[in-house]
Write a protein that binds this ligand. Structure first.
Ligand SMILES: *Cc1c(COP(=O)(O)O)cnc(C)c1O
Length: 394
């Protein structure tokens, strides 16, 4: 019936949409010009970049000069955090972020800490959401930046961006959000949400790998940034390097498709996700990680008592491809810092599954998973002589 594993790891990356591939194709061999070149070849790619930039800007209610292309969300996060830290040294050296952020936010913050910056890592509530009172209390006169992700890459929870934006604006602190998982899945209007900097990437939304963008507010209170990548002066001298034309065209196409389909796709994913969860929820000793309501439609993350997660993943191979957490952490077999931040003990944090359902998953595939997953969990538990605790933990 199936020759390739069912892909359920859409928080790690997504397959590229064929329509994105078609849009990119002419820009490899035929329209190959450097968009900075003063001739026909350069003009045609420059025009295509302009159109792509406009499309991306419009999708988040920004203007085109507020979009800087980067190699992805990792680079966008680094540029936002280090770029602001360096540009606002005269205001202060305090940055606020959250313990459940992606390593592409946490690591730049730790690096800045080593240079003498002060970083506050706010905890989250047991549902994964930030406590807004704690955020407000953490802001000091020396605070220059608050960085809170839009949607979490492990547990899919969506932070209260509008409320965070309002608090930051009120205290005149810049608000950066890593929206790698959220773009084209929830509406992201940078003015409505009062976002000053926002990181995006294409490969989580059925676009190519190696391309992303940083939105940098220029309307109203302008954000200043210190250049992190010096060179030929592209992207307003803030991010040098010849623009990756095919990837940028693909990124814009992916975003266009994602936003067009957002509502209907979210309904479809929600229905598949809920079907999956219903089949698992009925088993004992299964604990949902992260808030169920404020969550990406295609995401599930839960801890399973009485199984060893690597045995579970092995038992599902080669039929189903999923992972236990972030792609970066999977190799290390360390318990997820996100699940530990929710208060999960080490064992439950280790024995967690992340299911990322996406555009190309079919009803038939989810039916198959619903049939298989509980059976595999039960048989591993049986082999481990596992018995459910009488007191239900949560
Ligand atoms: C995937 C991801 C990143 C890294 O993006 P790249 O484009 O792969 O560098 C950063 N933050 C979040 C939340 C992500 O999901």
């Amino acid at each position: 019936m199936l020759n390739k594993p069912i892909y359920l790891d859409c928080q790690a990356t997504t397959p590229m949409d064929e329509r994105v591939y078609e849009a990119m194709k002419p820009y490899f061999c035929d329209r190959f010009g450097n968009p900075g070149s003063p001739h026909q070849y350069g003009w045609e790619t420059a025009a295509a970049i302009k159109q792509a930039r406009n499309l991306i800007a419009e999708a988040i209610n920004a203007s085109s000069e507020e979009i800087l292309f980067t190699s992805g969300a990792t680079e966008a996060n680094n540029l936002a955090i280090k770029g602001v830290a360096e540009a606002y040294l005269n205001k202060g050296k305090h940055i606020i972020t959250v313990t459940t952020e992606h390593s592409a936010v946490l690591s730049p913050c730790q690096y800045l800490e080593s240079l003498g910056f002060e970083i506050t890592y706010l905890p989250v509530q047991t549902n994964g959401l930030l406590d807004l009172d704690q955020l407000e209390k953490a802001i000091k006169p020396t605070t220059i930046l608050v960085s809170v992700m839009a949607a979490n890459n492990e547990i899919g929870v969506i932070q209260p961006l509008k409320e965070i934006g309002a608090i930051c604006r009120q205290h005149q602190v810049l608000f950066h959000t890593d929206a790698a998982q959220a773009i084209s899945k929830i509406p992201l209007d940078v003015n409505d949400l009062q976002i000053d900097l926002m990181s995006l990437t294409a490969h989580k939304i059925y676009g190519p790998k190696g391309i992303g963008a940083l939105y940098v507010r220029q309307q109203g209170q302008k954000v200043r940034l210190a250049t992190q990548l010096h060179g030929g002066g592209q992207e307003q001298n803030l991010r040098s390097g010849t623009l990756a034309v095919p990837q940028i065209i693909g990124f814009a196409k992916a975003l266009e498709l994602g936003i067009q389909a957002m509502e209907t796709e979210n309904q479809r994913l929600l229905q598949l996700r809920n079907q999956l969860w219903q089949s698992l929820e009925s088993l004992p000793g299964i604990h949902l990680n992260g808030d169920f309501q404020h969550r990406l439609a295609g995401n599930l993350n839960f801890s399973i008592e009485g199984v060893d997660i690597s045995s579970l993943l092995a038992a599902l191979t080669p039929k189903i491809a999923l992972s236990s957490g972030s792609a970066c952490a999977s190799a290390s077999r360390k318990p997820s810092h996100v699940l530990q931040a929710l208060g999960r003990d080490r064992q439950l944090a280790l024995n967690s599954l992340r299911l990322g359902i996406g555009r190309f998953n079919t009803q038939q595939e989810i039916d198959f998973v619903v049939e298989q997953l509980p059976v595999v969990i039960n048989s591993l538990r049986k082999a481990n002589h596992w018995q459910p605790l009488v007191i239900k933990r949560n």
